[in-house]
Design a protein around this ligand. Structure first.
Ligand code: MG
Length: 256
């Protein structure tokens, strides 16, 4: 079912967006050489408790999951690109780290992701992150009332292909509201002008992710972490967007 929110409900959702942005800003800033992924998870957890928010991840146990996620943030390093389960690992110089975070504040969920280089960045990693960001910006610009979900998908796919990337469409964007994942599904490639109409009140997470040299993925034995099949690195960026009469509003914009 697709839920459309009233302008008042979208306003009620703003604190969740601001908090998600704040956590990603602080956890990104803490992600340095020698810092353990479990420390980053602990920092996010501490912020959730201090805010009186509720993690969407810790008890998350979908049918494909072997067990509940058990952590509050996804940390995907290098060839891991999605759903990285935090584990004992100290970040190294040149690592590429994706952070994906969804949380509920006052009953409203927002969801966002960012990819950052740790220490000295590799040129090709910066480019991949830039391409993912370009795809997200292009997708947001067409998230306008009167357009369709397919316009968002096509915008992401066009940017990826323009940079010579192959695009995996297994995991993509989704509706967000009272819960983390709702309809519609928003594939990261598709045909413009097709699919569900983007109506005012629709709130969606848009999340392009790209791998350097493949569109094939495999899952770790932890039952969560998704990696490229060929070991190439990945970048993932995501914002929660509200479609309004005045155009798209980025609920999870980071100011700092
Ligand atoms: Mg997310």
């Amino acid at each position: 079912m697709i839920e459309l929110l009233t302008p008042t409900q979208i306003d009620e959702m703003r604190p969740a967006g601001r908090f998600v942005a704040d956590v990603l800003t602080q956890v990104s800033a803490a992600a340095d050489v020698g810092v353990d992924l479990l420390e980053l998870d602990a920092l996010a957890h501490q912020m959730i408790k201090a805010r009186g928010a509720e993690s969407c991840y810790i008890d998350y146990h979908p049918s494909f999951g072997a067990m509940p996620f058990g952590k509050v943030i996804c940390t995907s390093v290098n060839d891991a690109v999605l759903h990285g389960l935090p584990h004992r690992y100290q970040l190294k110089d040149g690592d590429l780290l994706s952070l994906d975070f969804a949380v509920s504040v006052d009953g409203w969920v927002c969801d966002s992701a960012v990819t950052v280089a740790v220490g000295t960045p590799r040129e090709e990693d910066l480019k991949l992150v830039e391409h993912a960001q370009e795809a997200l910006d292009a997708a947001i610009s067409v998230a306008q009332p009167g357009n369709k979900v397919g316009d968002i998908s096509a915008a992401i796919g066009a940017v990826g292909r323009a940079h010579g990337l192959k695009i995996n469409t297994q995991f993509g964007g989704h509706g967000v509201g009272r819960t983390m994942h709702g309809d519609p599904h928003i594939p990261n490639d598709g045909r413009a002008g097709r699919g569900f109409p983007l109506k005012p009140g629709l709130v969606i997470a848009i999340e392009p992710w790209f791998l350097h040299t493949t569109d094939e993925i495999r899952m770790d034995d932890d039952g969560w972490t998704i990696r490229s099949a060929d070991g190439s690195r990945g970048a993932h960026v995501e914002h929660t967007i509200a479609i309004t009469d005045d155009g798209p509003v980025v609920m999870t914009a980071r100011t700092g």
